[in-house]
Design a protein around this ligand. Structure first.
Ligand code: MIC
Ligand code: SF4
Length: 639
């Protein structure tokens, strides 16, 4: 039988398991990336393994999230990451050099290679034909140490693209259409491959917009073939030698297929507060807009920025709208400056921000009260913008500019056509924002600098045989890691300080959660389906761990979060019968006996108010051993 692109890469990197859908496989990892908000933990975890130098082909640390330095905390964390990277063989991308995913595909990504990153949008790299997967910081630490990365073998979804996008319709509209069809749960356990004649009409940056936001499908990854378009991109980046051709076999088999005719697509928007709440932009035109933000790892490439500049050129944004533009990388920024496009943006009234995540992670630029914000980003979860009642719509750069100019949500197809972007023959290459690690004695003698904000990893516990606990919180379907562990300018500086950041755990859902959990000493959380979707932040497991959470019982889990729970030694359990969700209330006292023997049968009985509820486990043998050892770090140390 023929293979899909992902199956080819997996089979070339397989170190354990069989490629049977749902079975755990271990794959060798060629490259890793971290960003600063998850990176401090990942490097503390790497240091605790006592391995002098990373064993990957390339590992890169980016500083792009916590770039607002309103106290010593973020600056201390940046200095720690820089020093630990210099010592242990990791390339360091300085603050201001750009957003990790954008810089990584520009400067480091290679078709056919495996990449894991401590950020859920790592699959962006699938746009150049990498198998790129988001993971928890601990998994990245283990991969840097040469360990394999474990996932359930994904099923394969194929999206057949035909036709060609019309003017002012964008790659963003393609992924919004996929989200409309599949929803935020539709990609769980899957790799989404893009195929068909429409593929060759899409440039690498357009492909990366699509693979980036594939994270919102819950997918393990998304991938495009590596073809002439990929070759031209790598050549323009001065890296033609990194190109290899990659495509699926004609007789490869897929679990599901979707057809999208690009010629029929129209501008779309993801309405508040979920990336799959999709409507046609043309149907939203009465809505007044307060703020427009252009950028993020989804839409900050040179092509996106040149489109934006062309639409703004010689015009002025509406007086009622505040517009921010964050170019994705120093390369993009400097090329905008060089060709004058930056001037067009500034003259039109944009506030040009640093090349960083910025407003996407609530680092400034929060909208006004109940403000409508159109963003070219990938997530619009409740409260993520920093304004709890902010109304965030996710749109293409074209739709974003149309709103900035008119003050209302406006279909860009009614505006003048934007000239299609032609990729330059060569990009401006200046890697001065990337610092290579030290070598030899210099590395061995180098000091690692830790500020007072960096606190040790919280204590994990071997799984108890009898768990008796209170239900501290009961939540609904689609709870995101932004609900569990909010980000934003106020909270992010404590990413290296779990005791402190735990005070904010579930703040948007129930501000009393943290204090109640701590007082109870031992608790469980009850969730609905797709619990833990979104960000890869392992703090969404570490904070509950610190607050005494022993298990999470849900209808279903998102992949990265479920893995993070196990890594932290917290037991994820699934209702055998989803209707039993109704039988457990917040505040109930529950008991689970003989959990250890339950591990062997993948099930356990939970007693609540004299009733028995059957729970099942979806755990690989390795994960069971990890839980018994008290999490991934203790398990790895014991090996
Ligand atoms: C996000 O987009 O939610 C983040 C912030 O990049 C996270 C990582 C984090 O929380 O630090 C992600 O996507 O994994
Ligand atoms: Fe940064 Fe936003 Fe991308 Fe996350 S989604 S990496 S916060 S730009």
């Amino acid at each position: 039988m023929g293979k899909t692109i992902a199956e080819k890469i997996i089979s070339a990197h397989l170190v354990s398991g069989e490629m049977i859908t749902g079975e755990e496989i271990g794959i060798r990892i060629d490259q890793t990336l971290t960003q600063d908000a998850t990176g401090t933990m990942a490097y503390l975890e790497f240091e605790s393994m006592g391995i002098p130098r990373v064993k990957t082909e390339k590992s890169v640390a980016y500083i792009d999230h916590n770039t607002l330095q309103s106290g010593f905390e973020n600056a201390d964390d940046h200095r720690y990451i820089q020093s630990v990277c210099a010592k242990h063989g990791v390339y360091f991308s300085r603050p201001g050099n750009g957003i990790c995913h954008q810089v990584h595909y520009e400067r480091f990504g290679k078709p056919g290679k495996t990449l894991i990153g401590s950020d859920s949008h790592t699959p962006t790299g699938g746009g150049i034909g990498m198998l790129a997967i988001g993971a928890g910081g601990m998994d990245v630490a283990v991969a840097m140490g040469g360990g394999a990365y474990y996932i359930p073998m994904p099923r394969m979804i194929r999206v057949n693209l035909t036709g060609e996008l019309r003017p002012n319709v964008s790659a963003k509209d393609i992924i919004l259409e996929v989200l409309r069809i599949l929803s935020v749960k539709g990609g769980v356990g899957a790799i989404v491959e893009y195929a068909g004649p429409g593929v060759k009409t899409l440039t690498v940056p357009q492909r990366c917009t699509i693979t980036n936001m594939g994270a919102e499908l819950g997918a393990t990854s998304s991938i495009f073939p590596s073809d002439e378009m990929t070759k031209a991109f790598l050549k323009a980046e001065g890296r033609e030698e990194d190109w290899t051709e990659l495509s699926s076999d004609a007789d490869a088999e897929y679990a599901q297929e979707i057809d999208i005719n690009l010629s029929e697509l129209v501008p779309l928007a993801a309405c508040p507060h979920s990336p799959d709440n999709i409507k046609k932009v043309a149907d939203l035109e009465e809505i007044k807009v307060d703020q427009v933000c252009i950028g993020s790892c989804t839409n900050s490439s040179l092509s996106d920025m040149l489109t934006v500049a062309a639409m703004l050129k010689g015009r002025k944004i509406d007086d009622s709208v505040s517009l921010s533009i964050s170019p994705g990388s120093r390369q993009v920024f400097s090329m905008l400056a060089e060709c004058g496009a930056l001037t067009d943006m500034i003259d039109a009234g944009a506030r040009v921000l640093e090349c960083a995540c910025g407003p996407c992670i609530g680092m400034g630029f929060s909208p006004n009260s109940a403000g409508v914000s159109l963003r070219t980003f990938n997530r619009n979860f409740l409260g993520r913008s920093g304004t709890k009642d902010g109304q965030v719509y996710l749109v293409s750069p074209e739709t974003a500019v149309a709103a900035a100019l008119t003050g209302y949500i406006t279909d860009p197809m009614v505006l003048e056509d934007v000239e299609p972007y032609a990729m330059p023959e060569s990009f401006r290459i200046n890697d001065s924002g990337i610092i290579a690690p030290l070598e030899g004695d210099e590395a061995a003698e180098a000091e690692v600098l830790k500020g007072p904000n960096i606190k040790p990893f919280p204590e994990t516990h071997p799984l108890e045989d009898n768990i008796s606990a209170e239900v501290i919180l009961k939540v609904e379907d689609n709870i995101t890691t932004d609900h569990i562990m909010p980000a934003g300018a106020k909270v992010l500086p404590y990413r290296s300080n779990v005791p402190k950041i735990s005070e904010f755990c579930f703040e948007v859902v129930d501000p009393t959660f943290s204090a109640r959990a701590k007082a109870a000493g031992s608790g469980i959380i009850v969730g609905g389906s797709n619990y833990g979707q979104g960000s890869s932040r392992e703090h969404a497991a570490l904070a509950p761990l610190y607050l005494g959470i022993r298990a999470v019982v849900a209808k279903s889990f998102a992949r990265i979060h479920a893995a993070n729970l196990v890594n932290a030694g917290i037991l994820p359990l699934i209702f055998e019968n989803p209707d039993d969700y109704e039988k457990i209330q917040q505040g109930s006292k529950v008991e689970m006996k003989n959990v250890h023997s339950g591990l062997k049968e993948d099930k356990v009985i939970l007693m609540v108010d004299g009733e028995e509820i059957s729970l099942r486990m979806e755990l690989a043998e390795r994960q069971k051993a990890m839980l018994l050892a008290g999490g991934l770090l203790k398990y790895t140390a014991a090996q």
